[in-house]
Design a protein around this ligand. Structure first.
Ligand SMILES: [Zn+2]
Length: 323
């Protein structure tokens, strides 16, 4: 449960339930559990049987609707590309024009619709909750439209903004929200939490995710995790040829990510004697590995472009510093 992993933040969120600010800004590194906290908190606010408790009951109508994704008094304002219940691009659809792809930005229609959502009375006679995630993914016009709702909040409306990069928000938006910093949890608690989610070798995945447990969970489960695992194995065995053996384009970004972190580990090892992402602590030529890490960071972005996966993978591996 996220409230166990981020106990002090949860305590802070639930301390003043009856005098709740109308807008909170949960901010912190990617993968520390900000969105999960916002969701759990929204469920708590909409729970109809919580009494004085600080946990949602999980069984009332409000909780069941929330968990089923169809509570009428909650709205998720997210870019189409990450919005829940939307199918991803199908195989063979990659040649479609770019504007046919789901938007990476929150659209102004979404924030405008929020105005009428919060101003209409709640369906269940309780609060209305809007979760805006990630709040930095808005252009100025969209942010200003959200600002209108934040400036004149109707009673009962609660805005939960979630941001990995709060510095990118409009200062006027930041100033309307009570900041709630969400830190990296202690490594031991994070590893125990991951183990409870069924993750094997939780310490290794946690290290790979730079200590961010939800990011680690994302890595350790699913197809992307398998691609990462394969690359990590190839690195451990020192088999460069196996490293570049990608099955398709989906393998490129995980490959670039592992290579980037491996490179950062070699550079950190040279500078501080320790690795940061659980990789080799053998010091390398710091400057060469840092340059390579930067190149891999750029490649992670490029892998969404049309390109020849095998050629691209081979080039990434060939560019690796020798020591
Ligand atoms: Zn409930």
């Amino acid at each position: 449960m996220i409230s166990e992993l981020q106990k002090s933040v949860w305590a802070q969120l639930t301390a003043k339930l009856d005098r709740l600010p109308h807008a909170l800004l949960l901010h912190g590194a990617s993968g520390v559990g900000k969105l999960a906290l916002a969701e759990r908190f929204a469920q708590l606010l909409l729970c109809e049987k919580r009494g004085q408790g600080i946990s949602p009951c999980g069984a009332c109508q409000g909780c069941r609707w929330f968990l089923g994704g169809n509570h009428p008094d909650v709205r998720f304002i997210e870019p189409e590309a990450i919005a829940r219940n939307l199918p991803g691009p199908e195989e063979g659809e990659e040649d479609k024009p770019r504007d046919a792809r789901p938007s990476l930005q929150i659209k102004i229609e979404q924030t405008r619709a929020l105005g009428s959502f919060v101003n209409v009375g709640s369906h269940r006679g309780g609060r209305r909750v809007a979760i805006v995630h990630p709040a930095e993914d808005m252009n100025t016009a969209t942010a200003n439209s959200l600002l209108k709702s934040l400036e004149e909040p109707p009673p009962g409306a609660v805005f939960l903004l979630v941001s990995h990069r709060p510095a990118r928000l409009l200062p006027t938006i930041r100033s309307r929200c009570v900041p709630v910093p969400v830190p990296l949890p202690a490594p031991r608690a994070a590893a125990a939490w991951l183990a409870a989610q069924g993750v094997r070798a939780p310490e290794r995945w946690l290290a790979f995710a730079g200590g961010a447990p939800l990011r680690a969970l994302e890595h350790a489960t699913g197809e992307r995790g398998q691609a990462i695992e394969r690359v990590l194995r190839a690195i451990a065995s020192g088999d460069r040829a196996a490293l570049g053996e990608v099955k398709g384009r989906d393998d490129l970004e995980p490959l670039a990510e592992v290579l980037q972190k491996m490179a950062l580990d070699r550079a950190f090892a040279a500078l501080s004697g320790r690795s940061k992402y659980g990789g080799s602590a053998v010091a390398g030529d710091a400057r060469a590995w840092l340059a390579y890490a930067r190149a891999m960071g750029r490649n992670r972005v490029l892998t969404s472009h049309p390109l020849n996966p095998k050629l691209f993978a081979a080039e990434m591996v060939a560019g690796m510093p020798k020591n």
